[in-house]
Design a protein around this ligand. Sequence first.
Ligand code: KG4
Ligand code: ZN
Length: 344
Amino acid sequence: MLTLGIETSCDETSLSVTQGKKVLSNVVSSSVHLHKKYGGVVPEIASRFHVEYIIEVLSKALKESHKNLKDARLVAVTNGPGLVGALLTGISLAKAISYCLGLPLIGVNHILAHLYSAFLNEDDKPGFPFIGLVVSGGHTALFYCEDVGRQKLLGQTQDDAVGEAYDKVAKILNLGYPGGPIIERVAKRSKGKNKIAFPKSYLGKDSLDFSFSGIKTAVLYYVRNHITPPGCDISHPGDVSGLISDICHAFQEAALDVLVEKACLAAKIKKVSRIVIGGGVAANSRLRDKLIDAAKFLGIKVYFPKMEYCLDNAAMVGVLGEELYRRAHRSNLYLTAQPNLEVV
Ligand code: KG4
Ligand code: ZN
């Protein structure tokens, strides 16, 4: 079955052609460069970019897969959560194709698409049950997964998502956007000269919820007290660059420790021996190393998506859409954008 996947929930315009779990093409065009100067995604700019480029991205995805639109048998599109204008662009295209070609349509939850993105691995695909950890710019959540589309939410962030914390800390340090990859890179340069420990928020002994707003505020105060007087920027770090690396390192260690400990705790509580991770922050190599190390002691195997499937992409939407379609999930032309769509 050939599935056309469409993802436009945030700042990536992505279309894919997939067949079962095989990816024939996965084209991603990002407007991230247009948002950099604002330090975060500007919804209106993201929507306009989708409108401008989506047809071009569709043509490229079809060309790379060596297929025609009429070969498709299903259209799968992200219908939430995300930015309403951005989502609507992808949904409008999906509905137009579905209507014109008489193809079935399926709306896919973006968080679930991240959760199951390790299923796109050519080998080393996870089996069930597993603990799923979604770590992105908009979400941080733990799930108990029994089958595709049958998962239970165990805990989630009560405030900022972990990717959001990375982005905000990078903004405080004037390092650029998106913050995750930059902080990871700068943290690697840390020589640990400044002994810094930021608070780790556990929200109670057995809680599987998260909180990352406290650590972000702790970084803000640390920077105010040690680098700049309030109101100054740090565009020219000069001899404080060593301190900035140490701050990035301390922030990253504290944030990732909480993710790793809670994912392992969830696996212990649910007595499962697999952890599957997805979302933009899953691209972080320090997180990968830490989680693999911690899980090994507990006899737990960890599954990560390939790097290209960690960040927003249509292939994860197409593959999950087809799996759900095979399990009798259906949408119709009343499908619309749900910016706050939850996982059920
Ligand atoms: O999944 P994603 O592409 O979009 C959302 O659904 O939010 O994730 C984007 C987030 C951003 O916050 C970005 O800073 C973070 O993922 N990110 C990373 C890394 N690469 C991207 N965070 C930590 N380390 C990375 N290497
Ligand atoms: Zn995402």
